[in-house]
Write a protein that binds this ligand. Structure first.
Ligand code: FE
Length: 203
């Protein structure tokens, strides 16, 4: 966003960030162009919408889905959502019999290139500690009701390996276009703590 010429609406935090950036640039510690690129990337190009586009494509294109499940890194890369962290991406398909959910038990490793910034609960100690021990209870708290016959798989992310859940395409969405499907894919459904629901009021 190029609103930098109007400083009158800057908050205290904005001013502090700007001051810090000026100082770091002056000391030669950061390249302002690189910083702008990073901010732009995380503000505008990175975020759950990237992941939603990956999911919607997989839902409408069986060949892409096959590729995505076989080589998540390359398939995601083909849509332009390359991570800058050098981490490999593994895509996990949720089905009527298997429910995958992701966590980072050590810290907060997260697939930034497709989901943006991690939510606070993902980084919280209770989520990290409990998901592995009692995944069904945690999922229930998120509103995910699973039959006993459904196998729950918990995947622990690392700096080298990050996971994206491919949620189940809800019944009743057969007539929706890829573009429309992007809008119903939620961030949590790609972490595994939610199921994608058919949009209310849609016939
Ligand atoms: Fe981590």
């Amino acid at each position: 966003m190029s609103t930098e010429h109007d400083h009158s609406h800057l908050s205290d935090t904005d001013l502090r960030v700007r001051a810090l950036e000026s100082l770091l640039t002056e000391k030669g510690l950061v390249d302002p162009a690189a910083l702008d690129e990073i901010v732009d990337k995380y503000e505008n190009k990175v975020g759950p919408r990237n992941g939603a586009q990956v999911v919607a494509r997989a839902w409408v294109d069986p060949d892409f889905k096959k590729w995505l499940l076989e080589d998540g890194t390359a398939a995601i890369d083909s849509l332009g959502y390359t991570g800058t962290q050098g981490a490999d991406m593994v895509v996990l398909e949720n089905t009527s019999t298997v429910h995958n959910v992701t966590v980072c038990t050590l810290c907060s490793c997260y697939p930034w290139s497709v989901l943006g910034l991690p939510p606070a609960w993902y980084k919280s100690f209770p989520y990290r500690a409990r998901l592995v021990k009692e995944p069904r209870a945690v999922l229930q708290e998120f509103g995910v009701e699973l039959a006993d016959s459904v196998e729950v798989r918990v995947w622990d992310s690392t700096a080298e390996l990050r996971y994206l859940v491919l949620p189940e395409r809800p019944a009743g969405t057969e007539g929706m276009t890829e573009y429309q499907l992007v809008d119903i894919v939620t961030r949590n459904s790609m972490i595994g703590t939610e199921k994608v629901a058919m949009p209310a009021g849609d016939a």
